[in-house]
Ligand binder design. Structure first.
Ligand code: URA
Length: 231
């Protein structure tokens, strides 16, 4: 059981202080009856707000098709990935963050959540959730990159450990698909630059079994997902 004012603020509807007004205006019911006081307690599952169940009561899990030019940050200037989500979600008590980051100039599949354990589970190298990227390069991709990336011996500049083995598929002279099992800073761009084929466009097409193509999202669109697909 939670206090009604705690429910309203925890799930981003209004502040605890504003909750009294929401209750007074009859916007909140519990088990079908209007709530009388913001200090009343109820199970979130029994509560309706403006006639609707509490949103994403068991955690918020979203797949976004990140457009080019927006940033995975809460702080930076310019367009942020968070601007693409409903404002109410950003007021949720637990705070919404992205699961890892994509560069400003990378598009594609980005997960966002208010569940810190989910972020950890998906970003921890121990879990080895594969991330798949497709890219184009400004120079032909050398065949030798396939074996080098698979070897687990590629050492990137200013790193102290080599990259984990990664699967490179050469799709055409200047395009490829790379599957990574870790997430280092600008990793795809740095790996491709290391073999003389700088990336000119980059998109993430899958995380684990979740494929962007199956979600049918235009750039900037998002959909709620079931986190169980990653367990
Ligand atoms: N690798 C990159 O270089 N950039 C990204 O955004 C993700 C992976």
């Amino acid at each position: 059981m939670m206090r009604i004012d705690a429910i309203l603020s925890r799930f981003g509807y209004c502040s605890r202080r504003e909750a009294a007004q929401w209750v007074k205006r009859g916007r909140v019911t519990a088990k079908g009856k209007p709530v009388r006081s913001a200090s009343d307690k109820a199970e979130p599952a029994d509560v309706l707000i403006d006639g609707e169940p509490v949103e994403a009561m068991n955690g918020l899990y979203v797949a976004l098709n990140k457009p080019l030019g927006c940033t995975c940050s809460h702080k930076e200037e310019g367009e942020l990935v968070y601007d693409l989500l409903p404002a109410r979600w950003l007021n949720r008590g637990n705070g919404v963050s992205s699961v890892g980051r994509l560069d400003k100039e990378t598009s594609g599949l980005l997960l966002l959540t208010d569940d810190g354990a989910f972020v950890h589970a998906l970003t921890s190298p121990k879990k080895h959730v594969p991330k798949v990227y497709e890219f184009e390069t400004s120079a032909p991709i050398p065949e030798s990159a396939v074996a080098l990336f698979a070897s687990g011996e590629l050492m990137l500049e200013s790193e102290t450990t080599p990259c984990l083995p990664a699967e490179l598929e050469i799709l055409s002279a200047n395009s490829g698909r790379l599957t990574l099992h870790e997430g280092r800073y600008h990793q795809v761009r740095r790996m491709m630059a290391a073999v003389g084929a700088p990336v000119v466009s980059l998109t993430r097409v899958a995380i684990g079994s979740l494929r962007l193509a199956d979600l049918q999202l235009a750039p900037g669109e998002w959909v709620e997902i079931d986190p169980a697909i990653f367990s």
